[in-house]
Design a protein around this ligand. Structure first.
Ligand code: ARG
Length: 443
């Protein structure tokens, strides 16, 4: 007889998130990190008009979820499709110059009403999903007319008034901003949503910038979501890649511009509403994470590396200390280490092979794609590579994907990669790898 009432959307988000986790450790870690910053600085979230149109309930539930864990983002929304429709109903043709909507005087009331309506519908939907949100359709972006002749009433922000946003954050409310600007003397101007986000990000210096889109990330050559981009190492290659189209180039440039203006610890995520929680609260995320990133240093010179930082990285990555004198005794072949010492690959040689002695990556660096970036450098350097790992090592799944062969004996598995390798030809070196003394303390 008794029928289950439908689960409220926020509850669904939490259940979904928790069901994907082995334990709550990651969630707690990120929650701690995100709660540690002033709340109006936690995140600027940009929502395209299309998402409001196509997935309002999903969007509202994702934002209400953040509220339910005590986080108050600042949301900026556009209204592209809504504006196109409303303007065309009024007989006004959409014309763009350099991506900016040419805005004649008679379009202003329509733009104001349409964006205000989109703003209120989002605020209502968030409240309906159990969240608290403040409608701030205007009053934040003070702007000057850019080029009256060509663009009409298109404004460029000159000042971002944060008092309304700060007041909302104090009251535990997410600020929902439309990108309507006002000139100094109070005339409404149209501000492009990307330009508004840029000004807001500059003023707030948020920890996260999130773009919520229908696609849920930037796509690679095969049309799959790129998990992470490290601008320091990837930007030039991506801009030159033949599969990166003009639209994606513009996005990458825009994101680079945002990150260049933020502390190194800040990052940009592109995801979809239904994946927002997973993107924010897990290391692996769900979407595309873009960071200013760091470089990877490659060296054969032990003295050029900071021994203390290497040993600390190993200890944190494996949860066990390297044995006393590990680094001093190491006969280094090559090391690949990121600027921050949060990911490294260290090789020696063994029976004429390159032996991967340590591949150490901190969890958060893994989320940033640093581990993968170091791995790429390593395998580029060493087309033939051998390494071993304890059978309990959680990274083994990755090793099995990456290797061309492996043997397990007791508590160790030895892996190798390289073309045309016959186990018979490498028995010696495999035996030597098994026989190596352990270099981590046992606990
Ligand atoms: N949760 C972390 C963050 O939001 C890491 C996200 C990783 N995401 C990814 N697509 N690789 O900062």
């Amino acid at each position: 007889m008794s029928q289950q009432p439908p689960a409220p959307p926020v509850r669904q988000t939490i259940v979904q998130l928790l069901s994907q986790m082995r334990d709550g450790k990651e969630i707690r870690e990120y929650l701690h990190r995100f709660s540690g910053v002033d709340q109006e600085r936690f995140a600027v979230i940009k929502v395209g008009g299309a998402v409001i149109q196509d997935d309002l309930a999903g969007l509202a539930s994702a934002l209400a979820f953040l509220q339910s864990v005590g986080l108050t983002p600042v949301v900026v929304h556009g209204g592209g499709p809504q504006l196109d429709a409303a303007l065309s109903d009024a007989g006004i043709e959409t014309e763009r110059v350099n991506g900016l909507r040419v805005t004649r005087d008679k379009a202003i009331p329509i733009i104001r009403d349409t964006l205000t309506e989109a703003n209120l519908s989002l605020v209502d939907a968030i409240r309906h999903a159990g969240g608290r949100a403040a409608a701030i359709p205007r009053g934040v972006f003070e702007a000057k007319i850019m080029d009256a002749e060509t663009l009409g009433r298109v404004g460029e922000p000159t000042r971002v008034r944060l008092d309304l946003v700060a007041a909302a954050a104090r009251a535990g409310q997410a600020s929902i901003l439309a990108c309507l600007g006002e000139t100094e003397d109070g005339c409404i101007v149209n501000v492009n949503a990307d330009v508004a986000v840029r000004a807001l990000v500059h003023a707030l210096q948020p920890y996260k910038v999130v773009f919520l889109t229908g696609t849920g990330g930037l796509l690679d050559e095969e049309g799959d979501i790129l998990s992470s981009i490290n601008l320091a190492t990837d930007f030039d290659d991506l801009m030159q890649a033949d599969w990166v189209n003009g639209g994606m180039q513009l996005k990458l440039e825009e994101i680079k511009r945002l990150l260049d203006d933020l502390p190194l610890s800040s990052s940009v995520s592109i995801t979809k509403p239904s994946e927002l929680a997973r993107e924010l609260f897990t290391h692996a995320g769900a979407g595309t994470l873009v960071r200013r990133g760091e470089r990877i240093k490659a060296t054969t010179d032990k003295a050029s590396l900071d021994a203390g930082k290497i040993e600390a990285l190993i200890e944190r990555a494996f949860g066990r200390k390297p044995i006393a004198g590990y680094w001093d005794a190491l006969s280094l072949d090559q090391a690949f280490v990121t600027d921050s010492y949060r990911a490294a690959a260290i090789t020696t040689t063994l029976g004429g092979w390159i032996y991967l002695d340590k591949f150490a990556v901190l969890d958060d660096a893994r989320g940033e794609g640093l581990g993968r970036a170091v791995w790429h450098r390593l395998v580029e350097y060493a087309p033939r590579l051998i390494w071993r790992s304890r059978t309990t090592n959680p990274v083994n799944g990755f090793y099995f994907d990456e290797c061309d062969g492996a043997v397990r004996r007791g508590e160790w598995t030895v892996f190798w990669r390289g073309d045309n390798i016959d186990l018979d030809d490498i028995r010696d070196v495999v035996d030597q790898a098994f026989a190596l003394p352990a270099t981590l303390e046992t606990v």
